[in-house]
Design a protein around this ligand. Structure first.
Ligand code: ABU
Length: 513
């Protein structure tokens, strides 16, 4: 102990003090930090990764917010907590979080676990890069370039440009702004004041980011014209033509059409080729929100769903959805190869994008983005693609859609035999939309009372499944239809047995309704 004290004194004597702070040596205990990481990784391995495909585990362990606040000890105190306490906190966080990789998680447009993209995420979290200049992100910038090039090939463009963004909503907003910039490049310097009333068109089944983007960009939500859809949720091109003409007659200036490839609720694909004809005729930018459906491009069997996508000016595509690249992994791809993206967004910060660097500064691509710090999201898609190959990705899409077909078949069988399930429509993609008809409604006539009572069924079943933790699927009212379930089939961990389970479980949860 004396030697230790002497050592400390010696160090203090040599200490460089500034404002009373000793600046010698690092202040972090690296060894203790490394041990903490090791132990936390063990917990992640045991509690998340090894349990990912175990159907005997719960999908969620529901707690009401007030109870969960008590369980988690959310208070941040003046003094730090011990590693032991922190590791227990990590366990608690895992325990009470939803297991989106569970085979019976059908709630959102993402699900499942991909081990390669997960490792890529571990690597990027550990390296903590920001993807804006080649000097700080040499590998990740080259990877992003390679991935964008490949995605462009699948769209069918000979060349193009792109950028990974934090979410499909942001990609859609980028596209809207880019279309407006192409229409009126002075907007970047002059702002909105000199502009005519700009109008854009999208279907009534579009993603809600269209409205958000129009509001955020100062276009105004009233200037988003929602085009009628057919019974399957697809935009009707003739209605688009009518609305473009109407807007012109009103003295407005149409500038953009946003078609959807894979709508959020019904999974519908707009007729891209016919919509492209209207855009070409009127000189309108065609953006395709393929955030959900874009991954079908990888499948030779299902790519026909996006027939005509090559005619788009821009495409939003999220590999974190159907392909499991991990949230978030979202690209905006642009047909233009004249640097429009950079011209539109660049602000030329002299502290990042110096023009006299010692390497090829065309690799400093960060100024194509409205972000400064940006995550290397393309990397997880790249590592997964390297691991599975294009055929592995294709298999993933084909299997999800085959499972959807199977599920639909058993839903329809159930509906024929017992009038238990009522499917809304024949799905084109992996969204299965249906009503569960509980016993007491099965003999009732389909009048207003029937629909009003049916509206109450899905929320009750949802509450019960979450409190039990047996599975998760979403429900919503939609376009005048009362609450119905939307089950999304994505994960390669899902099997036929999980589909059978789902229907039996709904029946079990709802037997008294
Ligand atoms: N952006 C996708 C909407 C959320 C979901 O339904 O999963």
């Amino acid at each position: 102990a004396d030697i230790c004290k002497q050592d400390m004194l010696q160090k203090r004597n040599n200490a460089v003090l500034v404002d009373g702070v000793i600046l010698n040596g690092p202040i972090m205990d690296s060894k203790a930090g490394e041990k903490f990481v090791e132990e936390a990784c063990k917990i992640i391995m045991e509690e998340v990764i090894q349990k990912a495909d175990d159907v005997t585990e719960k999908v969620c362990e529901w707690q009401a917010p007030e109870t969960l606040k008590q369980i988690l000890d959310l208070e941040m105190r003046d003094t730090g907590e011990s590693h032991q306490t922190l590791l227990q906190l990590c366990r608690d966080v895992i325990q009470y979080s939803v297991k989106t990789s569970h085979p019976r998680f059908f709630n959102q447009l993402y699900a499942g676990i991909d081990y390669y993209s997960l490792v890529a995420r571990f690597i990027t979290e550990a390296l903590n890069p920001s993807v804006y200049t080649y000097e700080v992100s040499p590998v990740f910038l080259l990877v992003e370039e390679a991935v964008i090039k490949k995605m462009i090939e699948f769209i069918g463009w000979e060349e193009g440009d792109g950028i990974f963004n934090p979410g499909g909503s942001v990609s859609n907003m980028y596209a809207m702004n880019l279309a407006r910039y192409r229409f009126c490049p002075e907007i970047k310097e002059k702002g909105l004041s000199g502009l005519p009333r700009l109008v854009l068109f999208t279907s009534e089944e579009c993603h809600y980011s269209m409205k958000k983007a129009a509001s955020f960009l100062g276009i105004g939500t009233e200037n988003v014209y929602f085009i009628k859809t057919d019974e399957r949720g697809k935009m009707i091109p003739e209605e688009l033509e009518k609305q473009v003409q109407r807007a012109r007659k009103e003295g407005s200036t149409p500038f953009l059409v946003c078609a959807t490839a894979g709508t959020t609720v019904l999974g519908a694909f707009d007729p891209l080729d016919k919509i492209a004809d209207v855009c070409e005729k009127h000189g309108l930018w065609l953006h395709i929100d393929a955030s959900w459906g874009g991954s079908a491009l990888i499948s030779r069997k299902h790519c026909r769903l996006l027939h005509g996508i090559h005619r788009a000016d821009s495409v939003a595509w999220n590999p974190h959805k159907m392909l499991l690249a991990g949230i978030q992994c979202c690209a905006l791809l642009v047909k233009d190869n004249s640097g429009l993206l950079k011209k539109c967004y660049s602000a030329k910060a002299s502290y990042l994008f110096q023009q006299d660097k010692f390497y090829d500064i065309s690799y400093d691509t960060g100024d194509k983005s409205i972000q400064c710090s940006r995550r290397p999201d393309a990397f997880k898609f790249w590592l997964m693609w390297k691991a599975l190959g294009t055929t592995g990705l294709e298999e993933r899409v084909n299997r999800a859609l085959a499972l959807t077909r199977y599920h639909l078949a058993i839903l329809n069988m159930s509906s024929l035999k017992l009038t238990k399930m009522l499917t809304l429509l024949m799905p084109e993609y992996a969204n299965v939309c249906f009503w569960y008809i509980p016993p007491r409604l099965r003999k009732m006539e389909e009048g207003p009372e029937f629909w009003q009572k049916l509206h109450q069924v899905a929320p009750i079943i949802k509450e019960r499944m979450m409190k039990k933790g047996s599975m998760m699927l979403g429900y919503q009212p939609h376009q005048g239809k009362v609450n119905f379930f939307r089950q999304v089939v994505i994960s390669p961990q899902v099997s036929r047995e999980d589909m059978d389970f789902l229907l039996d479980e709904i029946e079990l949860l709802a037997k008294d309704l």
